[in-house]
Design a protein around this ligand. Structure first.
Ligand SMILES: [Zn+2]
Length: 225
């Protein structure tokens, strides 16, 4: 839909424009005898004019010389505004639907990653985030978890594989004790790990022939070489 067509009209030379023209309220005039009547003043159209009886919205136009107004059909303006409201609502709904669709796609993709890892990873594991001493999440603002915080894999068994050794509740990617383990899951199911380093290490562990796994707090039964 197009914006309403704009026309212009001028006040007869030498006349003082009515103060009402300068207010910010919507100014409604009417086309009468081929002229625009507003607040007991008449403005002469500079070109085309709308049919007699048409209600018009009047805007003051700043410029040299004559007091000039622009005017447009009130009905057209209202129809345009209604259309624009509907269009905005329609777009908002479409955007929300698209966001929901993408979120659902992401959820399905992440569930598939978790299911695949649960099938292939030979030790007990969970997902977790890193918390620094102050209790603040790594890479987060004070007000809560940053969306960009990555989800790590933490082993729930003591595992050893060559030089790589992890105690239960340590992250695969990091043994820094300054970063506490904070368990994070959804209804007991691990969240999808997103830490690239954890994902790389877990693949290495899955493939490694000499991985040893001991339940938590037990010494590894056969430490790796
Ligand atoms: Zn990690």
């Amino acid at each position: 839909m197009e914006t309403p067509k704009q026309f212009t009209a001028v006040l007869k030379g030498g006349m003082m424009p009515t103060p009402q023209l300068f207010t910010s309220v919507r100014k409604i005039g009417i086309v009468r005898d081929g002229k625009v009547a507003f607040a007991s003043q008449e403005f002469t159209p500079e070109g085309e004019v709308l049919p007699d009886g048409t209600e018009v919205i009047v805007h003051l136009v700043n410029g040299p010389g004559a007091t000039r107004i622009s005017f447009e059909s009130k009905a057209e303006r209202e129809a345009f505004e209604e259309w624009r409201e509907r269009e905005w609502a329609r777009r908002r709904q479409a955007e929300e639907a698209e966001r929901a669709r993408l979120a659902e796609e992401r959820r399905i993709r992440q569930e598939a990653v978790v299911a695949d890892l649960k099938e292939r990873v030979p030790f007990n594991w969970t997902s977790g985030i890193k918390v620094v001493y102050s209790g603040v999440l790594e890479h987060s603002s004070l007000t809560g978890m940053n969306r960009r915080s990555v989800t790590h894999i933490a082993t729930l068994d003591d595992i050893a594989c060559g030089r790589l050794k992890r105690k239960a509740e340590q992250f695969l990617c990091d043994t820094d004790n300054g970063k506490m383990f904070a368990h994070l899951d959804r209804d007991g199911e691990p969240l999808c790990p997103t830490c690239p380093k954890c994902l790389e290490i877990v693949e290495r562990l899955i493939r490694h022939p000499k991985l040893t796994i001991a339940p938590k707090d037990d010494a590894p039964s056969a430490p790796g070489p």
